[in-house]
Design a protein around this ligand. Structure first.
Ligand code: GLU
Length: 524
């Protein structure tokens, strides 16, 4: 983004038209779009802007802007042009905050109590975090409080196994069907495999496939650094007390492992004790809703972590994992969740649910009170409310276009821009016209009546808007469906100053657009 592009972005930022922009306003613009000050992609840009602003009373002119804005520029450009995946992030954030507040009243359910460490967790905690595929973030409530990963680590164990061995080898040992049984049921499918990787038996199987030849420390380190990379470089913690109690109270998991060994389900040479140890350690890794949302966003982004741009998983791994999460991620509520909410998701008895809106965002909710099926009560309610407001259900676009849909918004942006330009011109809103220019939208498209922004600005007598449109070299004499030009409108509505402006510019520019050309610009 240099020269021409930079100028357009600068003009869009320069709301007052004074030729200078406060650095603080640029940073506020990024923040308003949900782009964090700690976002690694913006490091160089914010550092440069800050350094410049220190010596220049916090302001920057277009020449310095052009010289400085080389790093992180495309993100700034896309922010200004409202091209990020959630273009109006603050509006979206308000709606999500509202859902969060309403959900907070729900105090049903109780914390998991199969180990004392989980039974002691403060039950009313509630955190929600969003991270979009453009790295826009929203952090609400207790989203930065750590909790143990529990079953929500299962998609990662499965993906890690897929990355190591590929789908054929992994699925020789674990099925792809919902079990129709409880998550820790002592049952295997007809081929003697665990039903799927999202239940305990399947996750234990995936643990056995993780670098089986390696030392335990290396296997665990592999998993931790994978989680760190998925979370954009945030190192996860580890809850040693949870780990010990998981291990000491794990009769069922031991029974599952023995049963699978008896049925010959494991790869040859598997040490089930080391395998179980790795599984317990995975469940005891500490995570926050904030970091879990980034992990979910990495899945939403096809395996590339949005804030770092690092590819963590292959496309196929993500596709397979999301398919399993969609059909099996919510214990015995999986079918219902897929039906009502329509997002691939995974829950855990810690009270977390993370969900993926492919190509849009990852969302994590954490609230420790769970229902009898093991899912966070507030988590489920939050997602139900979320899909009432947004088109995030996988099949939503097919049935209900009234809800806000950030994914499909861009497709209608062109035609919306024409109407925005016409409306902006009719209320003398030059800032909005500038924004549309910065986005690359033409200002001389006509509506179904052949009315252009210039017609509207002239009819309302808006000198500023007319001047701006003329500077942008729009067609001066387009004819609307009643045969009127903007000059006709200015005269008819008694705006002599606007009529003069239009006449002068007509005199200066004889190579004006023909009526035919103007008619061709109409959109219907
Ligand atoms: N550590 C738990 C177990 O294996 C995980 C429980 C869960 O979140 O489903 O029993």
């Amino acid at each position: 983004m240099h020269g021409k592009d930079n100028n357009a972005v600068f003009r869009a930022l320069d709301q007052s038209g004074q030729g200078v922009v406060a650095v603080r306003d640029i940073l506020a613009r990024l923040e308003g779009a949900g782009l964090d000050a700690n976002d690694p992609r913006l490091d160089a840009l914010t550092r440069e802007l800050q350094r410049h602003s220190d010596g220049n009373h916090g302001a920057i002119d277009s020449i310095s802007f052009d010289a400085l804005v080389t790093a992180g520029q495309s993100l700034l450009e896309r922010t200004v042009k409202e091209e990020l995946v959630i273009p109006q992030f603050s509006k979206f954030a308000d709606q999500v905050r509202d859902i969060f507040d309403k959900t907070k009243d729900n105090r049903s359910g109780s914390v998991a109590s199969y180990i004392p460490q989980l039974a002691r967790v403060a039950p009313d905690q509630f955190g929600v975090a969003v991270c979009t595929t453009d790295g826009q973030r929203l952090i609400l409530g207790d989203a930065t409080v750590p909790f143990s990963f529990q079953s929500s680590c299962k998609p990662i164990l499965y993906s890690a196994a897929l990355e190591c061995h590929g789908a054929d080898r992994v699925h020789a040992h674990v099925g792809r069907e919902p079990s129709g049984q409880s998550f820790n049921e002592l049952t295997l499918d007809k081929q003697g495999r665990p039903h799927n990787p999202m239940i305990n038996a399947g996750a234990i199987m995936c643990s056995s496939l993780l670098q089986p030849e390696g030392a335990m420390a290396d296997r665990f380190e592999h998993l931790s650094s994978l989680i760190e990379t998925l979370a954009g470089g945030r190192r996860p913690g580890f809850d040693n007390a949870i780990y010990h109690s998981e291990r000491d109270t794990a009769d069922r998991n031991f029974a599952l492992a023995h049963y699978m060994r008896e049925r010959g389900a494991f790869p040859e040479g598997t040490d089930i004790f080391r395998t179980l140890d790795l599984y317990f350690a995975a469940c005891s890794i500490q995570i926050t809703a904030e970091n879990m949302a980034t992990i979910a966003a990495t899945f939403a982004n096809g395996g590339v972590c949005p804030p770092t741009g690092e590819r963590v998983f292959k496309d196929d791994t993500v596709k397979n994992c999301l398919s399993m999460m969609y059909s099996c991620g919510l214990y015995d509520y999986s079918g219902e969740f897929a039906f009502r909410i329509g997002m691939p998701a995974k829950s855990g008895v810690c009270g977390a649910i993370f969900a993926v809106v492919p190509q849009v965002m990852g969302i994590a909710v954490w609230s420790p009170r769970i229902d009898e099926l093991g899912n966070s009560v507030r988590g489920v309610e939050f997602f139900k409310r979320l899909v009432e407001t947004f088109n995030f259900h996988n099949y939503d676009g097919m049935v209900d276009s009234r809800k806000l849909d950030p994914r499909r918004r861009r497709q209608t942006a062109e035609s919306n821009a024409t109407f925005s330009a016409i409306q902006a011109a009719s209320r003398d809103d030059v800032d909005e016209l500038k924004r549309l220019v910065a986005c690359g939208y033409p200002l001389d498209r006509a509506d179904y009546d052949g009315r252009t922004p210039l017609h509207l600005a002239a009819a309302e007598g808006h000198v500023e808007a007319v001047t701006y449109l003329l500077v942008q070299a729009v067609a001066r004499n387009p004819i609307d469906r009643w045969g009127n030009t903007p000059l006709d409108d200015a005269i008819r509505h008694d705006h002599p100053d606007v009529a003069d402006l239009l006449q002068q510019s007509g005199d200066e520019n004889t190579s004006d657009t023909t009526d035919d050309e103007a008619a061709n610009r109409q959109i219907h």
